[in-house]
Design a protein around this ligand. Structure first.
Ligand SMILES: Cc1cc2nc3c(=O)[nH]c(=O)nc-3n(C[C@H](O)[C@H](O)[C@H](O)COP(=O)(O)OP(=O)(O)OC[C@H]3O[C@@H](n4cnc5c(N)ncnc54)[C@H](O)[C@@H]3O)c2cc1C
Length: 564
């Protein structure tokens, strides 16, 4: 049996980040990936090699935001391994049916000028909205960069500016209570408090709903971050596609001795005397892990699919039931459409400018349009009568992703995983069939054509992936690309459950990382980094404590001398 210090189940970007930190600390690491390529939700693939050769697509993530809130890129020196980020500016365009539009530049000031074309009041309000939520983000990002229950780590991440912002949002008793009230409110409540105009409200509702819940959902007002972060730290894409991040990580990991094996579907975590000691893959081969097994897949999949019931029960008699019943995956996921285009989209009813296509394009006619797009999914309906969507034309920013003069189009349409009334039919009993996914995709494209009529004659080829197929590819419950829902009750030290929120599990030597752990889904690398930190604290407590203390002192000294 081949033996390593650490075996990681899954080579998503978080598994790779975690591996890189452990390899740098001197451990031998094996990553086992079930697909034929590493990367999970951060790949770039030539999805249609026959019909559209030379066109490269991101089947999942495209816009990288959260990774710029942490130090992963710098600490791992990923630029040395070929990673280059291209920043989007403008960051969001949302055409309104009445001819107005919302165009957000990276600069808040420029964005306010765009809003002021149609509403002076909402332009002024926008500056206040962004300023408030930016302070909120600054005051909590210390949590993102630490294991959620490691108070010393969290405290060490506060510099002078972050402390200032923290005290500005929790200044006195009433300010703190008011912040709490805001946090408990819905994105919609918060947006209505600031703005009058639908052409501003609708895109902000759409952005908040990126956390996969309707704008009216209480305790989700922090979804405002999804817009605010696009201004600062900004929204970027690796040159060549999201796979550029994975390529750099793979180069780093393999150059320092890490081993990545693909087409290795882990079927079993081997537990011996209460300790995780290795894994078994499909076909029966076993790999030994002398120091630990780390899972890049979420706790629910890990324990309910890969760990023997007896081993879980003897470590924690309640865990199986809690994972099964307490962790929530709603019914909403994505129907993904990728197109090869012969020419760029043209928003001809909105005074077309090529810069509209640099960032995210939202089709969100009203707040109610967005609301329906999400609530329908919850009850198993497909909101395709009048589709709302999120799209990107990646080649506007990075022409290298298609043959010269040609373009690619990435469309994300929120759709139910399980269709109501179609239980037991279609793929995996979800009701999704090839015919249905193509009918829905036709409707989505028809809606887009109301804004960009030239789409109808510019599609060279298209690839549609139904929610059931996406679920198959990612392996997650109900195709949840955040592994588990990103609602407040499942964030921070509640993610995925309080007793396993600090990346450790009741089985000795078995650790969790990935989107299903703090700080959650999306491209950040932070679950990978934080998990590695906990693993190292466990195995090299003194060395790691000294390193953490040095990092804290360095960052404090830097912040004092920068004068911020
Ligand atoms: C359509 C779509 C669009 C998105 N857009 C964005 C975006 O623009 N920006 C953003 O930040 N995020 C986006 N996301 C979310 C983002 O892709 C994920 O949250 C992120 O990739 C999670 O990374 P991870 O490493 O934690 O997990 P994953 O990427 O899910 O990696 C887990 C890995 O484990 C492997 N695996 C699973 N089971 C096994 C097994 N039994 N044995 C071995 N290997 C296994 C999987 O194949 C996978 O490679 C999007 C997701 C989707 C689906």
């Amino acid at each position: 049996m081949q033996a390593y210090d650490v075996v990681i189940i899954g080579a998503g970007h978080n598994g790779l980040v975690c591996a890189a930190y452990l390899l740098k600390a001197g451990y031998s690491v094996l990553l086992l990936e079930k697909r034929s390529i590493p990367g999970g939700g951060s790949t770039t693939e030539e999805t249609m090699p026959q019909e559209a050769p030379g066109f490269k697509f991101n089947p999942c993530a495209i816009n990288h935001i959260f990774i710029h809130l942490g130090q992963v890129v710098e600490e791992l020196e990923l630029r040395k391994y070929g990673l280059e980020y291209l920043y989007c500016d403008p960051v969001v365009f949302c055409p309104h049916p009445d001819g107005k539009y919302f165009l957000a530049h990276r600069s808040v000031e420029k964005t306010c000028k765009e809003i002021a074309r149609f509403s002076d009041r909402d332009a002024e309000q926008y500056a206040k909205y962004v300023e408030y939520w930016q302070r909120f983000v600054n005051s909590i990002d210390a949590f993102f960069n630490s294991p959620p229950k490691s108070l010393v780590d969290i405290a060490g991440n506060y510099d002078f500016k972050k402390l200032q912002d923290l005290f500005s949002v929790i200044g006195g008793v009433d300010t703190t209570l008011d912040l709490l009230r805001t946090v408990l409110s819905s994105p919609l409540d918060n947006i209505n408090e600031y703005f009058d105009c639908e052409f501003v409200k609708a895109p902000l509702a759409r952005m908040s709903a990126e956390l996969s819940s309707p704008p009216s959902q209480k305790a989700m007002a922090f979804g405002a971050m999804m817009m605010v972060l696009r201004h600062n730290p900004g929204m970027a894409r690796p040159r060549g596609g999201s796979g550029g991040l994975v390529d750099a990580l793979v180069k780093l990991v393999t150059s320092i001795g890490g081993v990545i094996l693909t087409e290795q579907d882990v079927e079993q975590v081997i537990v011996d005397d209460g300790k995780a000691v290795g894994v078994r893959v499909a076909g029966g081969k076993e790999y030994r892990a002398n120091k630990g097994v780390i899972s890049n897949i979420d706790a629910k999949r890990l324990f309910l699919q890969l760990v023997d019931e007896k081993d879980i029960d003897s470590a924690d008699a309640n865990l199986r039931d809690r994972l099964d019943r307490r962790i929530v995956n709603n019914n909403e996921t994505i129907l993904k459409i990728d197109c090869a285009l012969s020419e760029p989209l043209k928003f001809e009813h909105h005074d077309h400018r090529d810069e509209y296509l640099m960032g995210s394009v939202l089709i969100a006619d009203s707040v109610n349009h967005v609301e329906k797009a999400h609530t329908d999914c919850t009850i198993g309906l497909i909101p395709d009568e009048d589709p709302s969507m999120y799209l990107v034309m990646p080649t506007a920013l990075d022409p290298s992703m298609a043959p010269e003069g040609k373009h690619t189009l990435w469309i994300e349409f929120f759709a139910p995983y399980q269709i109501a009334g179609a239980e037991g039919t279609g793929l995996k009993g979800t009701g999704w069939t090839d015919e249905l996914k193509n009918t829905v995709a036709d409707r989505v494209i028809d809606k887009l054509a109301q804004y960009s009529p030239n789409i109808n004659n510019s599609i060279i080829a298209r690839h549609v992936e139904s929610p059931a197929e996406l679920g198959e590819r990612l392996g997650s419950y109900k195709g949840n690309y955040y592994h588990i829902d990103m609602t407040l009750d499942q964030m921070l030290c509640f993610r995925p459950l309080p007793e396993i929120a600090n990346y450790k599990t009741p089985i000795d030597g078995l650790f969790l990382t990935g989107a299903g752990t703090h700080p959650g889904g999306s491209i950040s690398g932070l679950p990978g980094r934080n998990c590695a930190r906990v693993f190292l604290q466990e195995h090299k407590p003194i060395a790691q404590a000294l390193k953490d203390a040095r990092d804290t002192i360095t960052s404090t000294v830097k912040s004092v001398f920068k004068g911020d």
